[in-house]
Design a protein around this ligand. Structure first.
Ligand SMILES: Nc1ncnc2c1ncn2[C@@H]1O[C@H](COP(=O)(O)OP(=O)(O)OP(=O)(O)O)[C@@H](O)[C@H]1O
Length: 416
């Protein structure tokens, strides 16, 4: 048996990972990694999960074995990742490629995965692509950086930790621009969950949730994989009908008391990595920001000069004004997330939901994103709910709501 070898490749948000993987299989990196044949290689990544979900939807069959025979798309993001991993290691491949393996996993699951990987590393070679230096698996000693020009540059393990990678932009010191027309909301309570319960097919998920989010508050929402964070958020955004018939008050109105889904949605700014991942249109950066005024992703109607000017002010705060006419798709991942948050905030909605917004961002882009969120919290009346497993070091939430998993459904508590 060939002796397994392992590599860590730091990817920043300019790195073209897809191209790297395509070239890896064609033998373009023969000297570094040897011949990597596609049939002896398995990929552990979010893109692989997306691919399997669409395969399940198209062909109506299960691509991985899951508890309770659940389809992948009905599982939480952490559960999907765990199911894919269990499937991959049933027959350990010659080469396992890990692309940001720890995103979406809670802390305990991250430690568990680290342990499993160190065991698998005795029989499979591993290439770990990661945009976070701190995520490097400790047993990997060969390190390199995937540059924007597709070159791989070797770097020592010690230098990787201290290396100062090129900095992206910083935020402008200007205040965020006010909305063209303030959105009115009665009272100070943006959301009130009062003894709310949720089950899926008789399986209790959330029990007796009592949670109030007031105007201008900045909440971190956390909990283990599968504890119900996305379910809770989907009751607010309207994707989940389970909020009806319960004591759930959104923007001063009891849910189901006559307001349309559209009326609820337009009061919420929403940023999730999947939004940018699945976004396929060709739109300029400035149009993407303006589109937040029309509640569309991408612009499909002619904006006024006032609206264009407001979007330009936002881009100035992000120090992205020179990129106004650039195609959104040509931005780095970090820049795209900043534009998405400006798009979500341009109206100053009463509520901004950020669901794992720094997933897959490199260290520097994540720090910049967090600085923008802190700034929005300080300079607006918008209430923020920020969902994340690994708390970014400089994030400054004013409150913390924790879901604690339980066989009878998760319970929630305010952490003080
Ligand atoms: N449509 C559905 N049908 C059946 N079960 C579901 C459905 N949607 C979610 N669940 C289950 O509800 C539980 C809570 O899922 P949810 O996505 O809210 O968790 P989460 O806290 O967001 O997890 P993660 O941190 O992994 O993203 C999970 O066990 C999930 O499998």
């Amino acid at each position: 048996m060939k002796q397994p070898r392992h590599w860590f490749i730091y990817t920043n948000n300019q790195s073209n990972k897809k191209r790297f993987l395509d070239q890896l299989y064609t033998g373009a990196y023969l000297e570094e990694y040897g011949q990597c044949s596609q049939d002896k290689t398995r990929l552990f990544s979010d893109s692989e999960i997306d691919r399997l979900i669409s395969e399940e939807e198209r062909h109506d069959f299960k691509t991985v074995t899951t508890p309770n025979d659940q389809p992948l798309n009905a599982m939480s993001s952490g559960e999907q990742k765990k199911a894919l991993f269990s499937e991959l290691v049933k027959h350990p491949p010659e080469l396992l490629i890990l692309d940001n393996p720890f995103t979406h996993l809670d802390m305990a699951s991250q430690s568990e995965l680290k342990q499993l990987l160190s065991e698998i590393a005795t029989q499979s070679s591993i290439i770990q692509l990661s945009s976070r230096v701190a995520d490097k698996l400790p047993f990997i000693k060969r390190c390199s950086v995937l540059q924007a020009d597709h070159q791989i540059t070797a770097i020592s393990e010690a230098d990787l930790k201290t290396h100062s990678f090129p900095k992206h932009i910083v935020l402008n010191s200007k205040n965020i621009p006010p909305p063209l027309k303030p959105m009115e909301m009665e009272g100070k309570e943006v959301i009130v969950f009062d003894a709310v319960n949720v089950s899926f097919a008789e399986r209790p998920i959330l029990q007796n949730i009592n949670w109030t989010v007031n105007k201008g508050e900045f909440w971190q929402l956390s909990g283990k994989n599968g504890s119900g964070k996305t379910t809770l958020l989907s009751m607010i955004t309207g994707e989940n009908t389970k909020g009806y018939g319960q004591n759930l008050v959104l923007f001063g109105k009891l849910k189901g008391s006559g307001e349309s889904l559209w009326e609820i949605k337009k009061q919420i700014g929403y940023v999730t990595p999947a939004m940018t991942r699945l976004f396929n249109g060709y739109h300029s950066v400035v149009n993407m920001v303006v589109s937040g005024l029309f509640d569309s992703v991408g612009l499909y109607q002619k904006p006024s000069d006032l609206q264009l000017n407001l979007a330009a002010q936002w881009l100035e705060v992000l120090n992205l004004k020179p990129l106004k006419p650039t195609n959104f798709k040509d931005l780095s991942l970090g820049q795209q997330r900043l534009v998405m948050i400006a798009r979500a905030m341009i109206k100053h909605p009463p509520l901004l939901i950020l669901d794992e917004p720094t997933a897959d961002l490199d260290d520097d882009s994540a720090a910049l994103f967090v600085a923008l969120v802190n700034k929005i919290a300080q300079e607006s009346d918008t209430a923020i709910i920020y969902v994340s497993h690994s708390l970014e070091p400089s994030l400054q939430p004013s409150h913390h709501y924790l879901l604690e998993a339980n066989a009878l459904g998760s319970t929630g508590k305010v952490v003080t």
